[in-house]
Design a protein around this ligand. Structure first.
Ligand SMILES: [Zn+2]
Length: 233
């Protein structure tokens, strides 16, 4: 699950961007900008427009900011999310990310009322890929975090949410899309690390959890074990 990693001085930036992006998001709605709506990033020749993958669906989230100047995007953080937890296929996660979730619609939503979060990508159970934040922007998914000797991982990571339940298993199509997406990202950024939210915020976060098959991801990517957390490969 993503988290709000806002520092107080980001609040004003947020409100300005939120109103601007909110208008844009509602005007655009959810749309596929290229053929192959559910094609994910299966092609190794995926096209990008700036930091947007044109083969993904786009559902822009206003919950982002600028990365620090010179940020080295070398980390992919993998999460799991479903709202309510364990219920798949609805639009609640996208509504959480675009700040239109009805907090009163389910008792669980009360626990997260008002949070402003996002991730760059969401991979549905059927493997379809939705992009919510420009990869060049700083999405709000990791919260307080530390990895490979650096803190505040939102600054220089790409956040990928898998629709799923923390600790539960994930679908073959999700691994397929995730593997293609990680490979694609690594062609554009010097990705040297892939880790779970549980690894960048140990003891505080536990997603994606024990049901995520790290060896399967490594085998699909054929990346060296050094790029993954020591405890999982
Ligand atoms: Zn998470």
């Amino acid at each position: 699950m993503p988290e709000d990693g806002l520092s107080p001085n980001e609040g004003s930036e947020l409100s300005e961007r939120a109103s601007a992006m909110g208008e844009r998001a509602s005007a655009m709605g959810e749309r596929a900008s290229a053929p192959g709506r559910h094609g994910g990033a299966r092609s190794s020749h995926s096209a990008w427009q700036g930091g947007w993958l044109t083969t993904a669906c786009h559902h822009p989230s206003p919950n982002h900011g600028e990365r620090p100047a010179g940020a080295l995007i070398d980390l992919i953080v993998i999460h799991s999310i479903s709202l309510p937890p364990g219920v798949f296929g609805g639009d609640e996660v996208l509504r959480l990310f675009d700040n239109t979730l009805d907090w009163g619609a389910h008792p669980y939503f009360e626990q997260i009322r008002g949070i402003r979060v996002s991730a760059h990508f969401l991979i549905r159970r059927d493997g379809s890929l939705i992009q919510c934040v420009d990869v060049q922007a700083r999405a709000w998914h990791a919260g307080p975090s530390f990895y490979r000797g650096r803190g505040d991982c939102n600054n220089d990571s790409v956040g990928i949410e898998l629709e799923g339940l923390e600790g539960g298993s994930f679908e073959a199509q999700q691994y397929e899309t995730l593997i293609a997406l990680c490979a694609d990202l690594a062609q554009r950024h010097p990705i040297a690390h892939v880790a779970g939210h549980e690894h960048v915020a140990p003891g505080r976060k536990a997603d994606p959890g024990a049901g995520f098959d790290w060896p399967r991801l490594q085998a699909g990517l054929q990346w060296p074990a050094e790029r993954f957390p020591r405890s999982v490969i």
